[in-house]
Every structure is written in structure tokens, then in C-alpha cells.
Write a protein that binds this ligand. Structure first.
Ligand SMILES: CC(C)(COP(=O)(O)OP(=O)(O)OC[C@H]1O[C@@H](n2cnc3c(N)ncnc32)[C@H](O)[C@@H]1OP(=O)(O)O)[C@@H](O)C(=O)NCCC(=O)NCCS
Length: 171
């Protein structure tokens, strides 16, 4: 970790513009074409499961979780996760992941999916989703579709199409 005064807190509505700029810098304009973004289109991030990292008052990292359905089973999608490059490799990214995962666990969620690099996310317990069990709404390298079971056995019966839970359908 860092000696800098780093804090994590829930995302506030007023953080939106700063986070959008962070996403632009971290992912570039091609981000909207990604399949993970398609799963988030029209889907609200869950406020209790979305966090920012701050150095002083400056937002230097962000993580959001959104609701999904996999067939008939509710689940979560982790992402975007982004950390300002100037503050990379001091533990902020993994701190955000762990904080969001623990919050999801304490709320009783059973599964978190994401599209990302297994060498990074395996540090938080994510594994590659067994191939051909679920159907994504667009192309994804199957080695990058990762899942974390928060409730043992939650993955076993899982199959079907992964869809985001749109605002109008959300509770
Ligand atoms: C990926 C990202 C969130 C990591 O944030 P971070 O605060 O630097 O992460 P941490 O400090 O917790 O961890 C850094 C470690 O993870 C490693 N790491 C970072 N990205 C990685 C990746 N894609 N694959 C494998 N390892 C990775 C670093 O090399 C570093 O390793 P070390 O501890 O052995 O030095 C950040 O680099 C970022 O915002 N990148 C651009 C956006 C992005 O790719 N987001 C993830 C989308 S899936």
C-alpha cells in the first residue's frame, strides 16, 4: 500500500463527471464498443456496491457493480474498474476490488462476473468461467470471462444468457 492518505468510500452522485473522465483516460473511446459495456447499457450501477478511492479530495480510482441475470439467476457484473495511472501499482485497484466484493458478500449476493485479466483478478479469487456454460451478448475472449462464487455451489447450476437488469426492471 501507499503512505499517501488514501481513502475509499461509496460513490456519490456528484462523483459522476470525475469518474467519466477517469474512464475516458483509462479505457479510451473504444470502451463503448466492448461487450461488458453492452451489459451495462441502461443499467444503473448499484450505489451500495460502487466505490471511489481518493487521495485527499481527488478521485483516483473507481469501481462499480451492476445487476445481471444469468438465465433465471441474479448475479453482479464488476466494472468498470479504473485507477489513475499516476497512482497505479500501489494497491488501489485491488483494494477497490476487495471492498466491492466484501460489500456484495455482506449483502448476500452469490456470484460476481467480470470481463478482465485473470492474472490480476485471481488475486481476489476470480477464476475463468467454465467455457460454453453462459452466453454473452457479444464477443468475449472466453479466457477473460471471470467469475467469483460468493456462496459455495452457486456456480454449479448456472447456465443461460447473461443480460443486464435495465433500470425499468430494477427493483
Ligand atoms: C488495472 C488497474 C485497475 C490496476 O490498478 P492498480 O491500482 O494499479 O492495481 P494494484 O496496485 O492493486 O495492483 C497492481 C498489480 O497488478 C498488476 N496488474 C495490473 N494490471 C494487470 C493486468 N491487466 N493483468 C495482470 N496484472 C496486472 C500490476 O502489474 C501490479 O503488479 P505488482 O503488484 O506485482 O507490481 C489499473 O491499471 C487501470 O485502471 N488500468 C486501466 C483500466 C483497466 O484496464 N481496468 C481493468 C479492466 S478489466
Amino acid at each position: 500500500m501507499t503512505d499517501l492518505p488514501l481513502t475509499l468510500r461509496h460513490e456519490h452522485a456528484a462523483d459522476g463527471a470525475a469518474i467519466a473522465k477517469l474512464h475516458e483516460r483509462a479505457f479510451g473511446p473504444g470502451r463503448f464498443a466492448k461487450t461488458a459495456y453492452r451489459l451495462r447499457e441502461g443499467v444503473n450501477a448499484l450505489p451500495t456496491l460502487s466505490f471511489v478511492a481518493l487521495v485527499g479530495t481527488l478521485i483516483v480510482g473507481s469501481i462499480r457493480l451492476t445487476p445481471l441475470m444469468v438465465g433465471q439467476t441474479p448475479a453482479l457484473l464488476l466494472g468498470p474498474l479504473a485507477v489513475e495511472q499516476a497512482f497505479s501499482s500501489i494497491g488501489i485497484g485491488m483494494n477497490l476490488v476487495n471492498r466491492a466484493v466484501e460489500a456484495a458478500r455482506s449483502e448476500g449476493h452469490s456470484l460476481i462476473f467480470l470481463v478482465g485479466d485473470e492474472p490480476f483478478y485471481s488475486r481476489a479469487g476470480f477464476v475463468v468461467m467454465p467455457f460454453n456454460r453462459v452466453e454473452m451478448p457479444g464477443p468475449v475472449d472466453p479466457k477473460r470471462l471471470l467469475v467469483l462464487e460468493l456462496v459455495p455451489g452457486a456456480l454449479a447450476p448456472l447456465e443461460g444468457r447473461i443480460v443486464g437488469v435495465k433500470r425499468s426492471n430494477a427493483a
